[in-house]
Design a protein around this ligand. Structure first.
Ligand code: SAH
Ligand code: TMP
Length: 406
């Protein structure tokens, strides 16, 4: 497989084996019917980190997409705060046009609708899109692309967009040059294209290999985003480090022709990335070694607790958990259930491991001795809302940065 940006060969540094779809929660307990794919990660000469094989987008994003952004109170707060803050920081005038790529259930757009901005969203998963529409957002049920951008421009009658925002979605899209060119096509001359995604430096640093699954095809850094921007006549003018989703980076881009000042944080982060060597072969090999050690440690921990006669469950039926369970070979024989507050996931089974998914209520009614925090990126929120669990003698297990009892 060649790099999706430069066409150079990808050199594979991590093999997480045969995997089902990350969000492939299914209804019957007998078996997951597929598809499966080989989950391997590689780097190109220029430092682009990508998974080698990605299943077709239609298999992952459809009318039963099980991830709803609003299921976490912390993320609801994050997006509400971001919407207001961006409008202020970018000095968006009344009636300014905002377009979100991958708007999901409308969690980011809703506060902007109330504030009087003209809002648009692109969202191919029609079930989550319909929730956004019910909040009053104008949603195009389509994958964003250069072609979709051209159709959209015709609908805008010559107008352009003042703020394009995308959270945790650009890393999902294989043809990233096409997306950047599409964004450049609809962006107003002084507009901002702002996006945030899990940060490669954090994945390395925290050994959070579970961020790697079918939907996440690219793992961005300041270095790679700046290179992609340059190829598309865009300029990376600022970056901001975020703690959401286990460590993310927010990138601010403008047209090159805008010639606005570039914040010193861009150069600072480029220096940090060079110092840490996050695109060097030695660091990638070390990461792969730590991932293998993480698997062995988690397996030993789970086996030790089972040998003591303890009951183990999971908390959060995340796509991240699909990577862990299938890579480590953990299944319904070791883990009794996984609880999750998403109604669409409850009553289904985790792909590959056949672990049943139950409600948080069932967790309360039949708490295990140990709960593996598969939604570790929401740790503080969950430990607070489920404080009763530890108080009643329950124990949390995490695998980040190393498997251990919390
Ligand atoms: N922005 C939300 C949702 C992230 S999940 C948040 O941060 O919580 C990724 C979303 O992107 C899904 O809702 C998926 O349907 C959507 N998506 C996937 N490919 C897309 C594309 N090419 N254009 C627009 N949205 C896309
Ligand atoms: P994410 O890590 O991809 O954001 O997914 C988090 C999953 O965990 C999602 O399915 C919702 C679920 N969840 C709960 O069940 N309870 C909670 O308190 C939180 C924050 C998330």
């Amino acid at each position: 497989m060649a790099c999706r940006i430069t066409n150079e060969p990808l050199s594979i540094f991590l093999d997480l084996g045969r995997q089902p779809l990350g969000n492939g929660f299914y209804e019957k307990s007998d078996s997951y019917q597929g598809p499966y794919y080989e989950l391997r990660v590689g780097m190109s000469e220029q430092g682009f980190i990508q998974i080698e094989n990605q299943p077709n987008a239609d298999l992952m994003f459809h009318d039963e997409y099980p991830f709803f952004s609003s299921t976490s109170a912390g993320m609801r707060q994050h997006f509400a705060k971001t919407a207001v803050w961006l409008a202020r920081r970018l000095e968006l005038a009344e009636g300014a046009k905002v377009c979100e790529l991958g708007c999901n259930d409308g969690v980011f757009l809703t506060p902007l609708i109330s504030a009087g901005f003209s809002t648009y969203g692109f969202e191919p998963s029609s079930n989550v899109a319909s929730v956004a529409k019910a909040q009053g957002a104008t949603v195009l049920d389509d994958f964003f692309s250069y072609r979709a951008a051209q159709d959209f421009l015709r609908k805008l009658n010559g107008d352009t967009i003042d703020l394009i925002y995308a959270a945790n979605v650009l890393c999902h899209i294989p043809d990233i040059l096409d997306i950047f060119r599409g964004a450049a096509a609809i962006l107003s001359p002084k507009g901002h294209f702002v996006f945030e995604d899990p940060y490669w430096g954090d994945i390395i640093n925290r050994s959070s290999y579970d961020q790697i699954y079918d939907e996440h095809v690219h793992f961005f850094s300041v270095h790679t985003v700046r290179t992609i921007a340059n190829l598309c006549d865009l300029e990376l003018v600022d970056v901001e480090k975020l703690e959401t989703h286990g460590g993310s980076m927010r990138y601010f881009l403008t047209h090159k022709t805008y010639k606005t000042a570039v914040s010193e944080s861009v150069q600072n982060w480029l220096t940090v990335e060079k110092m840490l060597g996050i695109h060097t072969w030695a660091v990638l090999e070390n990461f792969a070694t730590k991932v293998a050690a993480s698997k062995n440690m988690l397996l030993s921990l789970v086996q030790a607790k089972l040998d003591e006669g303890k009951r183990i469950a999971g908390f959060g039926a995340t796509s991240k958990s699909t990577t862990i369970l299938n890579y480590c070979g953990i299944n319904c024989e070791q883990i009794e259930y996984v609880c999750d507050n998403t109604p669409l996931k409850q009553g289904k089974f985790c792909p590959g491991s056949a672990i049943p998914i139950v409600s948080e209520d069932s967790f309360l009614r039949s708490p295990p001795d140990y709960a593996i925090l598969f939604a570790w990126n929401h740790q503080s929120e969950i430990l607070k809302s489920q404080a009763w669990f530890s108080k009643s003698g329950g124990n949390w297990i995490t695998h980040v940065p190393v498997p251990r009892v919390l």
